[in-house]
Design a protein around this ligand. Structure first.
Ligand SMILES: *[C@@H]1O[C@H](CO)[C@@H](O)[C@H](O)[C@H]1NC(C)=O
Ligand SMILES: *[C@@H]1O[C@H](CO)[C@@H](O)[C@H](O)[C@H]1NC(C)=O
Length: 189
């Protein structure tokens, strides 16, 4: 009788431990230094002035791509981040371009997707000005507004740049052991 009760408690104990170990899983999204987590992207601003082709190579040399913008929440997050980290930046290159395309369709070179969300700046787009897209902010009362909108530029023009990287997603699990516990991080992409 006593023996059976003991096994019952042992099984209950194991089940509770199992439940606890499942409950303590946590998703962690991280960026490799010096990239910063902005919305769902890892971003890095470069102050050096490069043309679009040089900018594209600069990002690739760091395992990244020129930035893209998929929707208004990403744009707002970029505006906020630029205001906080690089407030005097008037414009920077994105991966958006219509190079080799005669129908004035824009693509994000970073994702290979056609750009569907195109928040144009005042009196844009001007497709004759060039093939590459910058994010450009107006200057209000002598101060950069950090409200960036798309503007068509000649790809050979010089500008600062923003590179993007996909964040690393991992799951943190707490593993129970007889007298202690340890935390492991399992990378998922
Ligand atoms: C914005 O786009 C990203 C990437 O496609 C997506 O993960 C996110 O859910 C979108 N956010 C909104 C609010 O549409
Ligand atoms: C871009 O600038 C270069 C060099 O100034 C010039 O040769 C070229 O015609 C320009 N392209 C466009 C589309 O204006």
């Amino acid at each position: 009788m006593l023996w059976k009760q003991f096994i019952g408690f042992a099984i209950l104990g194991l089940t509770l431990a199992q439940l606890h170990s499942v409950n303590s899983q946590a998703a962690v999204t991280t960026c490799k230094s010096p990239f910063a987590l902005v919305s769902d992207k890892c971003l890095l601003w470069h102050s050096k002035f490069l043309n679009w082709y040089e900018a594209d190579r600069q990002c690739r040399s760091q395992g990244a791509q020129l930035v893209s913008v998929q929707n208004v929440s990403q744009l707002q997050a970029i505006n906020k981040w630029m205001k906080a980290s690089s407030p005097n930046t008037v414009e920077f290159w994105t991966s958006g371009n219509k190079l080799g395309n005669t129908q004035n369709l824009y693509f994000w070179e970073s994702t290979g997707q056609q750009a569907k969300y195109l928040p144009w700046a005042k009196s844009q787009p001007k497709p004759k000005d060039g093939d590459c897209l910058m994010l450009y902010s107006e200057i209000k009362n002598g101060v950069v507004a950090n409200e960036y909108l798309l503007s068509v530029r000649n790809c050979t023009a010089w500008s600062s740049i923003v590179c993007e990287q996909v964040p690393t997603k991992s799951v943190q699990r707490t593993c129970l052991m007889p007298n202690s516990f340890e935390t492991v991080q399992v990378q998922q992409n």
